[in-house]
Ligand binder design. Structure first.
Ligand code: SF4
Length: 501
C-alpha cells in the first residue's frame, strides 16, 4: 500500500536489510515485510523512504509548558539547544511513534535519561506488540444488550462476549488471544481491527447474539439499536426509592421504580416504613427479595428500566381490597426517569392514568437530573509480562518485581495504568487518557501499544538495564519528526517524584 511518507522517528532499531531490488526488509515484527521505495509495510507503521526504513508517525513527546500555557521554547535542532526543559523534568518521551524492537533481546528503541529534581531518571520506551490484548468496554445503559456470556460480533465474526453487568452499565470483554489467534484468520483480523478502532476512540458497530446492535465509541454516548442513550440510571429501583422517598412523601401514595434487576416499592421499602407511608395493598409480579425490593418483575429488554415492558401496569397484580382505596395515587417511574406514568385507582381499584400533578413532576425531573450522561468507556488491557521485558533489562523478572514494588512506574503513552496484582505486568489503561492514534497493529495479528517504564538511573542499573543504550533526552528532541503535545487532561505527570503532581 503506497503511502505519503512524512515522518522519521525511527530509533536505533529496527535494522533494515536490503532485498537487492531496492526493497528493504523491516525486522520490527515477525512479519518481516519487504518494502518497496515509497511504500509502507503491512502495518502502515514503517516505510521505505529512499532506501531508508523509517517509522511513519511522529514520535510524541509530552511538554508541560504547553499544558501550563507558557511560551513554548522551540527546540533548536541545529545543536545549540540548552536542555532547559529537560533539566526541570518538563519533557516526557512517550512510546507513541517510538518504534518497536524485535526480537526482544535487543534493547528498547529509546532508553532516555533526564534529571528530575536533581535525580537521574530513566524512561524505557517502546511500542509493544501485544498478542495477549483486548479491551473491557463499559456501556452506561440499563437496556438489555444481550445475555451474559453471549458472543459479541463485528461483521459477523466473534470478537468477544458479554460479561458481568455493573451498576448502571453493561460490560463487554473483547479481543484477547483466543480471538486474535485461536480462530479462523478472518476472526483474528476482524478482532484486531475492532480493537484498534476502539483503542483509537473510533466508533465500532457490535452485534450481540440474542441481543442488541450497539455502536460503541470511547468517550461518546452508546447507540443501542439505533437510539442514542442519554442517561445512566441514578441507581437501582431500590436505591432510587431510598434517595427520593422524602420528596414523594405526602404527594403520592405509592411509587414503583421499575428496574430489571431490583424494582423498588415505596410503601413496603424501609424508606417508606420509616416515613410512615401507609400500606397500599399493591401486589407486584416477580420474586420478592426483601421488603419493597423485587427481582425479575419482567424479562430484560429495551423498555422501562432495562425490562422488556412498555406498559408498566403489566408488572402489577390486582390491588388488595383490604388495604387499597379508590383515589389511591400511584407513580410508576423508571430508574432514569425516562419513563413515568401517574395513575389513580378508580372505585374498582383499577389504576387509571392521569396527568402528573404539578407538585409531583419535579421529583421525576430530579431523577433525570441525577443521572449522569451515558458514555461508552474503553479500557485497553494487555500483558507486558513476556519477552517485551527483555528490551528493558537482561534479567526480565527483575522488571516485573520492580513494577510490583513500585520502583518502576508503568505508563501507556504517558497515561497512568492499573497494574494487576499477581504475576507478570498485566495492565489496563483508559484509552481516553492516551494521545490520539497511539495504538497500531501488526498483521500477526496483534495490537501495538505504547508502553514506558520510568525509574531512577540507579534502580535501572541495579535491575540489569541496558546502560550502554541510555541517551539523554536532549538527543531525542533534536531528531526530526518529534511532535510535542500537552499532557492530557488530569493525567499525573509521569516523571513526578512521590508527592508531586
Ligand atoms: S508489519 Fe510493520 S512492523 Fe512488521 S515487519 Fe511489516 S512494516 Fe515492519
Amino acid at each position: 500500500m503506497a503511502q505519503n511518507i512524512q515522518g522519521d522517528a525511527s530509533g536505533q532499531t529496527p535494522v533494515a536489510a536490503s532485498a537487492g531490488d531496492d526493497k528493504i526488509r523491516c525486522d520490527a515484527c515477525p512479519v518481516m515485510c519487504y518494502i518497496k521505495p515509497g511504500n509502507t509495510g503491512a502495518c502502515d507503521r514503517y516505510a521505505n523512504r529512499a532506501g531508508e526504513l523509517i517509522r511513519v508517525d511522529p514520535h510524541v513527546i509530552l511538554d508541560r509548558t504547553l499544558e501550563q500555557g507558557g511560551k513554548v521554547v522551540p527546540f533548536d535542532r541545529g545543536g545549540d539547544w540548552d536542555g532547559r526543559l529537560v533539566a526541570d523534568g518538563g519533557t516526557f518521551v512517550t512510546a507513541v511513534g517510538s518504534g518497536t524492537t524485535y526480537p526482544d533481546y535487543k534493547p528498547a528503541p529509546f532508553i532516555v535519561s533526564a534529571q528530575v529534581n536533581g535525580v537521574d531518571m530513566v524512561t524505557v520506551v517502546t511500542e509493544g506488540i501485544f498478542s495477549y490484548a483486548g479491551v473491557k468496554v463499559k456501556i452506561d445503559t440499563d437496556r438489555f444488550l444481550g445475555p451474559e456470556q453471549a458472543t459479541v460480533r463485528v461483521a459477523g465474526e466473534p470478537v468477544g462476549h458479554v460479561t458481568t453487568s455493573e451498576y448502571g452499565s453493561q460490560m463487554l470483554s473483547l479481543g484477547g488471544v483466543h480471538h486474535l489467534t485461536g480462530g479462523a484468520k478472518k476472526e483474528g483480523r476482524v478482532t484486531c481491527e475492532a480493537l484498534l478502532d476502539l483503542c483509537n476512540a473510533k466508533p465500532v458497530e457490535l452485534t450481540v447474539d440474542g441481543g442488541a446492535t450497539i455502536i460503541v465509541q470511547a468517550g461518546h454516548a452508546p447507540i443501542v439499536n439505533g437510539g442514542q442513550e442519554e442517561r445512566m440510571r441514578v441507581g437501582c429501583g431500590s436505591a432510587t426509592i431510598g434517595m427520593f422517598a422524602r420528596q414523594w412523601f405526602g404527594k403520592v401514595d405509592e411509587v414503583v421504580v421499575v428496574d430489571d434487576h431490583i424494582t423498588g416499592v415505596l410503601s413496603e421499602h424501609q424508606a417508606g416504613k420509616l416515613l410512615g407511608v401507609r400500606d397500599t395493598g399493591i401486589r407486584m409480579k416477580g420474586r420478592r427479595s426483601t421488603p419493597g425490593r423485587y427481582f425479575q418483575v419482567a424479562e430484560p429488554g429495551l423498555g422501562w428500566g432495562g425490562t422488556n415492558i412498555s406498559d408498566p401496569l403489566s408488572i402489577l397484580g390486582a390491588f388488595d381490597a383490604k388495604a387499597a382505596w379508590p383515589g389511591l395515587r400511584l407513580l410508576l417511574v423508571s430508574t432514569t426517569g425516562e419513563h413515568f406514568g401517574y395513575y389513580v385507582l378508580d372505585e374498582n381499584l383499577v389504576p387509571r392514568e392521569a396527568e402528573v400533578p404539578a407538585d409531583l413532576a419535579p421529583s421525576v425531573e430530579r431523577i433525570r437530573e441525577n443521572c449522569e450522561p451515558a458514555l461508552s468507556s474503553v479500557l485497553f488491557m494487555a500483558g507486558a509480562g513476556g519477552s517485551l521485558r527483555a528490551g528493558v533489562t537482561e534479567n526480565p523478572v527483575r522488571l516485573t518485581r520492580s513494577v510490583k514494588e513500585a520502583i518502576t512506574r508503568v505508563t501507556c503513552g504517558g497515561a497512568p495504568v492499573y497494574v494487576w496484582p499477581g504475576g507478570g505486568i498485566t495492565f489496563m489503561v483508559d484509552v481516553m487518557r492516551v494521545p490520539e492514534n497511539a495504538f497500531g497493529y501488526v498483521p500477526t495479528p496483534a495490537l501495538v501499544a505504547p508502553i514506558e517504564f520510568t525509574l531512577t538511573l540507579e534502580a535501572y542499573a541495579a535491575l540489569g538495564g541496558h546502560m550502554d543504550h541510555v541517551q539523554p533526552v536532549g538527543e531525542i528532541l533534536h531528531r526530526d519528526s518529534v511532535r510535542e503535545v500537552a499532557p492530557i487532561g488530569d493525567n499525573p505527570w509521569p516523571l513526578a517524584t512521590r508527592g508531586q503532581g
